[in-house]
Every structure is written in C-alpha cells, then in structure tokens.
Design a binder for this molecule. Structure first.
Ligand code: ZN
Length: 151
C-alpha cells in the first residue's frame, strides 16, 4: 500500500491528497463532488464562501485537525488507514486515546490506594465523587472538616 501525500497546511496540496483519497475510498462521493463542482456558478467564492476571489478563499482558515478520508479501523489502531493517512491519530483514535487517558489515571490511583479494588468499584466511587462535587456535598464536607477555612 502506498500512502498518499499527507494533508498539509497548504490548501492546494491538502485538496490534492484529499481528492486522491476520496477517489480511492469513496469513489461515488468523489464523482458526485466533481459533478457539483462543474455546475458551480462563476461567482462561487462569493456565493459559497462569502469572499470575492478564489485566491482569497484559499487563505481562509483550515481546521486544526486535518480531514481524514480513509476509513478508520476500530479494531486495529496500529493498522488504521485513517491514522496512517494522517500520520497522527485519526478522530476515532484521538477519542479512544482521550477516553483511555481519562480512565487510566483514576483507575491507577484507585489501585495504588487499594490493590484489591475492582474496576467496577473504582468507577462507582469516581461517579459518586463527581456527584458529590456537583451537588456541593464535597465542598460542605471539606468545609466541615477544615472548620470553614476553605472558600
Ligand atoms: Zn485511526
């Protein structure tokens, strides 16, 4: 498998890479897009993007996370096409990593305090702690324990 050029901050290079990926992985969508582009009026930059000229449109801001066209593989992140195409985690795996990191820290801390704790118990305690924080019970308990010194 040869990888296409990565989407880059250069909108022309990024569009070229995206077009090749779209034609390879979603050819019907690529065809529909080509038909739509051919039907656009002369003043498309103003009508579609609100700017008067195509070169002004090329200077519009791009998304922080590059667009991904290759399908992601939820079962095998090491061979995920979307990750490989971007050379960074795709949106699916970025979310997976964020979820893992959000749980890994609290679960590791819970296991350090009580090595026999189960994941289910640790998650239940985390939920109870969050609920106590949201309801103000935690702040009230801290205030009671510290004699009201806490703000
Ligand atoms: Zn991925």
């Amino acid at each position: 498998m040869t990888l296409p050029a990565l989407p880059s901050p250069d909108p022309v290079a990024s569009a070229d890479a995206l077009w090749r990926l779209l034609a390879e992985h979603q050819p019907a969508v690529a065809a529909a897009l080509a038909v739509q582009l051919r039907q656009m009026p002369e003043d498309w930059p103003l009508r579609v993007l609100g700017v008067g000229r195509p070169d002004t449109a090329l200077a519009l801001p791009s998304p922080e996370h590059p667009l991904e066209i290759e399908p992601y593989d939820p079962d095998d992140w090491e061979n995920c096409g979307a990750c490989a195409g971007l050379d960074q985690p795709c949106r699916y795996h970025s979310g997976y990593i964020a979820g893992y990191e959000a749980l890994n820290g609290p679960l590791t801390e819970a296991a350090k305090v009580d090595p026999t704790v189960t994941v289910a118990t640790a998650l239940k305690r985390l939920t109870e702690a969050e609920e106590a924080q949201e309801s103000g019970q935690l702040a009230a308990a801290v205030e009671k324990l510290t004699g009201g010194d806490q703000a």
